[in-house]
Design a protein around this ligand. Structure first.
Ligand code: AVJ
Ligand code: FE
Length: 437
């Protein structure tokens, strides 16, 4: 990105805006009828028609009003699509634009954005547009909502609406050895010169870590099942007090969407019921479950610094990589971008391993870390506090790496996601770490 001149960058932006819109429409249009788009499948989620108009309204605010100085198109609807004015549970009772109107609104916004793109100057002294930042922010935002819409699809009941894409995971080799040692020493955490990095990834700063071991692959369903069968949910010593309380009050004893059929474990995935695949990365577990598993295994969750060093650094490295395998995104190195509708299995994507030999860090499942969500030293909110700053504190745990549903533009070694430790609807799993003796 940094290497592109303004003209080439604008062509890339126009292409990426088109690609993300195709994706959003593919999750909403022609796959579900108007009633289903307007319905709420869970109080945790918005009606899909809210997400659809919200991405267009966000685009209007940032690309038409802020970047291009164009007057509001429909200021009266701003309040409906402001995520802070209306929590998700309230959204179905708002006078939302019906599906046809929502599509018309977002496509009008888009036409005006493409029309004004050529006139907006990417002034290096103007942080909003430097390097095309605000356009990158809007593209990433829509991809993030597409992932949220996939979580809504997964929660929904009824006949399957989404098809598994053709192609599959590609080559699978023997899983890498159980864990690797990451030697003690400093690395550069976060981003300083990535023009599309979010505020919470900045600034890049040196972090010095003691040596640790980290799992080479995410924890599989088979391994998680071994924890369950060993009384994982019945022994308080493996759980934190808050985790044990969650286990009591929720009554959960298996990952979300799993159920027992005779002697087999099956799972519901986008409306289809199938055997739980043993080698696939476990997903739909909350932080408390991941943390209890790690203690059962004699390990712990990695801190987010440990996760990022394992992904971005390497023996003898003097700079961080953008992805585990190198600086450029390359198709086939990771299970990203909805190329599958599920995580891959241990041994898949061997060419995506990091310099330390750690696999499937990016893609497959978001990985819970031990770390609460906070700003890095020298953090400055940009361009608005409600993207990340208002979430800093002990209520949210950081997740890293992106899932199979995350687009490559919103998945990089420095990218940070966060959620409450009880949440299971996101595509999250984990891997373990331990101190080196
Ligand atoms: C970064 C995934 C926690 O969905 O709440 C979307 C992303 N921010 N719109 C969220 C986001 C504003 C955010 N997460
Ligand atoms: Fe949003």
């Amino acid at each position: 990105l940094s290497a592109l001149d303004e003209h080439a960058l604008k062509e890339l932006i126009a292409d990426e805006l088109g690609a993300v819109r195709d994706r959003s429409l593919g999750l909403t249009t022609g796959v579900l009828d108007g009633a289903e788009l307007t319905a709420q499948v869970s109080p945790l989620m918005s009606p899909l028609v809210w997400d659809l108009a919200h991405v267009g309204n966000y685009e209007e605010l940032w690309l038409l009003r802020a970047a291009a100085g164009i007057d509001p198109m429909r200021p009266e609807i701003d309040t409906l699509y402001d995520a802070f004015e209306h929590p998700r549970a309230e959204r179905p009772s708002l006078p939302l634009l019906p599906p046809e109107e929502a599509r018309a609104y977002i496509s009008t916004v888009r036409a005006k954005v493409l029309d004004s793109l050529g006139r907006v100057r990417f002034d290096p002294r103007e942080p909003l547009t430097a390097g095309g930042f605000v356009y990158g922010m809007v593209v990433q935002h829509e991809h993030q909502h597409d992932e949220t819409m996939l979580a809504t699809h997964q929660l929904r009941r009824g006949a399957p609406a989404l098809l598994d894409p053709p192609g599959g995971a590609g080559e699978r080799r023997a899983p890498a050895a159980g864990e690797v040692l990451v030697e003690a020493g400093p690395f550069v955490m976060g981003a300083s010169d990535d023009p599309w990095a979010y505020d919470n990834e900045r600034p890049g700063h040196v972090v010095d870590l003691p040596a640790y071991h980290i799992d080479t692959e995410p924890v599989t369903n088979a391994a998680y099942l071994a924890f369950m069968e060993d009384g994982g949910y019945d022994r308080p010593d493996w759980w934190t007090p808050a985790g044990w309380e969650w286990r009591d009050s929720s009554g959960k004893r298996a990952p979300a969407f799993w159920s027992r059929e005779g002697t087999r474990w099956v799972r519901r995935r986008f409306g289809r019921v199938e055997d739980v695949p043993p080698d696939e990365a476990v997903q739909h577990v909350c932080w408390y479950e991941a943390d209890a598993y790690a203690r059962w295994a004699g390990k712990r969750l990695p801190t987010e610094a440990e996760w990022e060093k394992a992904a971005a650094w390497g023996p003898g490295a003097d700079r961080a990589r953008r992805y585990p395998w190198g600086d450029e995104y390359a198709e086939g190195r990771a299970n990203l971008g909805q190329r599958l509708l599920r995580p891959s299995s241990a041994g898949a994507f061997p060419d995506g391993e990091s310099a330390y030999g750690v696999r499937r860090l990016v893609g497959d499942v978001w990985e819970w870390t031990a770390t609460d969500f906070h700003g890095y030293p020298g953090f400055r909110s940009f361009p608005y506090k409600e993207y990340s700053e208002v979430f800093f504190g002990p209520d949210y745990k950081v997740l890293r790496g992106g899932s199979w549903a995350t687009h490559p533009l919103a998945a990089r070694n420095t990218f940070r996601n966060w959620d409450h430790p009880i949440r299971r609807q996101i595509f999250a799993g984990f891997r373990c770490a331990r101190d080196a003796a």
